[in-house]
Ligand binder design. Structure first.
Ligand code: GLU
Length: 291
């Protein structure tokens, strides 16, 4: 039994993170398993070492001690590149030259713009312009030095997995039961960015496999991502973990606790002199007992 907490060091932890880490910590303890911490720092433009130190210090302060070494994704880029090469060999990737602005324009222009689920934080589904490009034009653009991202070709994924008798896919979740994978939910996500040969989705499935994670605990906001992750696990023959997408904590006004909305950080609450017990009380929990 192995769980993990995998924060991105783009800000200080807030109470929602503490709650999420605690879910993984308690699940591991309940089954005498291991609780791992992984720093998801592939996005060098948004991650800061200052936040890594603060995250680890806050976890310790809160009594959430982890097992083994902290894995930092920025130190394992070769692992993700290998997985990307495997996917490329399977023929499930295609280059995308679009800028964010072009994608937004195309979505706005399309009458039947795909609707996101309410409350979703994910960007709207990619409408597929580069999937329809003539292969000769693709080759020319690449040889002209145009930067490109690599996207997952979801129809191709379905065709390959169906041919292997592996379709439809499902995942098991402690809160949501057995969930059938819907490849159209997030659509053709980016698996390698223009400037980086990986993305959140790819790095997460590779790491969860390499770290032997058996129960992925994270907030319900990431439930839609799991539809992508299961496809990648099946394509790459990675072990399938169980999932526990816990409900998100909300502010007293009902809005989600998120660092970008300026919810109070653990750091600032600590600076005000709150103890670990008082911090846990804010999310309706008692401090984890020291074993
Ligand atoms: N790094 C992600 C975040 O901070 C969480 C990834 C995960 O738990 O799979 O939102």
């Amino acid at each position: 039994m192995v769980t993990r907490f995998a924060p991105s060091p783009t800000g200080f932890l807030h109470l929602g993170h503490a709650y999420s880490a605690r879910m993984g910590f308690d699940a591991a303890r309940a089954e005498h398993g291991r609780f791992l911490v992984r720093i998801e720092d592939i996005d060098r433009t948004r991650c800061r070492p200052l936040f890594v130190d603060a995250i680890l210090s806050d976890l310790q302060f809160l009594g959430l001690s982890w097992d083994g070494e902290v894995r930092r994704q920025s130190e394992h880029l070769a692992d993700y590149e290998r997985a990307l090469a495997q996917l490329d060999e399977l023929g499930v990737l295609y280059p995308c030259f679009c800028t964010r602005a072009e994608i937004a324009e195309e979505i706005a222009a399309a009458q039947s713009a795909p609707q996101q689920e309410p409350g979703s934080d994910s960007p709207p589904r990619y409408p597929g312009r580069c999937k329809r490009l003539d292969p000769a034009l693709v080759a020319k653009r690449i040889s002209d030095g145009n930067g490109y991202a690599l996207r997952l070709h979801t129809e191709q994924v379905q065709a390959i997995l169906s041919a292997k008798g592996m379709w439809p896919l499902t995942f098991r979740d402690r809160h949501h039961g057995v969930v059938p994978v819907d490849p159209q939910l997030l659509g053709d996500v980016v698996l390698a960015r223009k400037e980086l040969k990986t993305s959140y989705h790819l790095a997460v499935v590779v790491d969860d496999h390499l770290q032997g994670v058996t129960l992925v605990t994270r907030g319900a906001d990431l439930l839609s991502s799991t539809h992508v992750h299961r496809q990648l696990q099946a394509l790459l023959s990675l072990t399938e973990p169980a999932y526990s997408h816990h409900p998100l904590l909300t502010d007293p006004d009902g809005s989600r606790l998120a660092k970008r909305r300026g919810s109070e950080s653990i750091r600032s609450l600590r600076e005000k002199g709150l103890t670990a017990d008082e911090l846990w009380a804010k999310v309706g929990l008692r401090s984890p007992a020291v074993l």
